[in-house]
Ligand binder design. Structure first.
Ligand code: ADP
Ligand code: ASP
Ligand code: MG
Length: 488
């Protein structure tokens, strides 16, 4: 039998009805294949846990007590709706109570010390997945599918970047063979907590917000799975975020590179690192709608059914900050770029885009909004004497901007894409603040004012007529592919 990893996102396990629907999808698939399940927390729970941790650090105990009570009530209600067997229900309730007691103790500790370390925040954030995995296992057992909860801390071994941890693949492979394969061999379905991992010493870590997708592909690669299915609340990867572009169209097949690029520049449907573990082994990843499991979804593969004109999707990201290091004295001065990026690297800020004007009097870079303050501090320290001598005249941060990226595998070989993009924006009167060429051959990205982001995405989507089925590529014609059926 084949192994398939199935990940269910927050909305797909949002309440008892959703968990029931998800467990039916697993039960059906488990008739043919071995399924390893990965679950996110119920939607909204991780946000609330992080708020509670922060309130506890300010000494506000009322907020976290209220939250723990709500969490307990919501999960116990779901448990009662999902599990009929009295003995099983009682055991499940005890487990859920134990996990919610953990969060109580953690928040009390935070409140006492008035200190919230990244390590403690990771422990608090993990609670949602520890609860939802137990509910999913209960629901599966109720359907006659023997299931076992596996805490990812036992399998996904990571480095010690507590809030953005990187899995250590050799160790994950070994642990998966030790912990997951024996269950699979006994025909028991492992239900693994998404989002979390642990260091070699056993301290809990998280893989970053939205990280359950990454958990799924990490496990899929470690198990040499045949496929990974990411079940979410949309039909698959669309040509743009449907919240920005209502007529965005489903992409039936795209490449690892295209999907990774869309995710990197803000397509929330996938965590940016999701495809890293599986691209080399060419394990297909499907994005499917858990609310409409009869629909085919998007398949992510190596070649991704390239279309002839190149542009596949448009994406945008707004919670970023544009940092500019500038001054006339910088012209021709050797080492300014090196000094800039050394300073940025010293605070481990994530740089999304870099642009330098040819006259060399400004270097622009874009970092995540959360990294902006410490990046500015590091730059001001690094350039302290240059600022005094006016070699560098200003270091500024502008948070009111957005990056828009036009993504497609074959774009670089197609002339005129940048020209058409910028003309479309010009016609709408949208001002381009900076352009990053060649940040990767799969995208053209540029910076606009945040308030024009939606209009920019819609204008480009219209310009490339992405709401219409793609022009048939030679491959599709050979395969007898009918693009009319692609329209969603
Ligand atoms: P989950 O909880 O299942 O992980 P997410 O909320 O993280 O789901 O991701 C799904 C959401 O991603 C969709 O509801 C949609 O609004 C958003 N999204 C953004 N860009 C895209 C895109 N290009 N295609 C599909 N969905 C997108
Ligand atoms: N629950 C985590 C989050 O909200 C991880 C995930 O949903 O993928 O970030
Ligand atoms: Mg997600």
């Amino acid at each position: 039998m084949n192994i398939k990893v199935m990940k269910f996102g927050g909305t797909s396990v949002g309440d008892a009805d959703c968990i029931r629907r998800a467990s039916r999808i697993v039960a059906e698939a488990a008739r043919q294949d071995h399924i390893v399940v990965v679950v996110s927390a119920m939607s909204g729970v991780t946000n609330r846990l992080i708020t509670a941790a922060n309130e506890s650090a300010r000494g506000d105990l009322a907020e976290f007590r209220k939250l723990v009570e709500q969490l307990r009530a919501e999960h116990l209600t779901a448990a009662s709706a999902l599990v009929n067997d009295e003995k099983q229900l009682a055991a499940l309730i005890t487990e859920l109570e134990n996990v919610t007691n953990d969060v109580s103790n953690l928040c009390q500790g935070i409140a006492l010390l008035r200190e919230l370390t990244p390590r403690t925040l990771a422990a608090v954030s993990s609670i949602g997945e520890r609860l939802s995995a137990r509910l999913m296992a209960g629901a599966l057992s109720g359907l006659g599918v023997p299931a076992a909860v596996v805490d990812a801390t036992e399998v996904i071994i990571t480095d010690d970047e507590y809030s953005q941890a990187e899995p250590l693949m050799d160790q994950v492979r070994r642990r998966s063979a030790e912990k997951l394969l024996p269950l699979v061999d006994q025909n028991r379905t492992p239900v693994v907590t998404g989002f979390i991992g642990a260091t070699v010493e056993g301290t809990l870590t998280t893989l970053g917000r939205g990280g359950s997708d990454y958990s799924a592909t990490t496990l899929g690669a470690a198990l040499d799975a045949d496929e990974i299915l990411i079940w979410t609340d949309v039909d698959g990867v669309l040509t743009a975020d449907p919240r920005l572009v209502p007529n965005a169209r489903l992409l039936r097949e795209i490449s690892y590179n295209e999907a990774a690029e869309l995710a990197y520049f803000g397509a929330k449907v996938l965590h940016p690192k999701t495809l890293r573990p599986v691209a080399e082994a060419e394990i297909p990843v499907w994005i499917r709608n858990s609310f409409a499991p009869e629909r085919a979804g998007t398949k992510i593969t190596k070649s991704g059914h390239p279309t002839s004109d190149g542009v596949r999707g448009i994406t945008a990201i707004s919670n970023v900050s544009l940092i500019t290091v500038g001054g006339r004295g910088m012209v021709g001065v050797v080492g300014v770029a090196a000094k800039t990026f050394a300073a940025v690297a010293s605070v481990r800020a994530n740089v999304l885009l870099i642009s330098q004007s040819s006259s060399e009097n400004a270097i622009c870079l874009i970092v995540d909004a959360v990294d902006a303050a410490r990046t500015m501090k590091a730059l001001r320290t690094a350039f302290a004497s240059d600022l005094v001598h006016h070699d560098v005249e200003h270091i500024t941060a502008n948070p009111d901007i957005a990056i828009v990226a036009v993504v497609g595998e074959k774009m670089c070989g197609t002339p005129g894409i940048a020209g058409r993009t910028f003309s479309a924006l010009g016609r709408k009167g949208i001002n381009i603040i900076a352009i990053a060429q060649g940040s990767s051959e799969y995208n053209v990205s540029f910076v606009v004012e945040a308030k024009t982001m939606r209009d920019a995405v819609v204008a480009i989507h219209d310009e490339f007529k992405l709401h219409l089925p793609a022009v048939r590529s030679e491959q599709e014609i050979v395969a007898g592919f009918d693009p009319v059926h692609l329209a969603s």
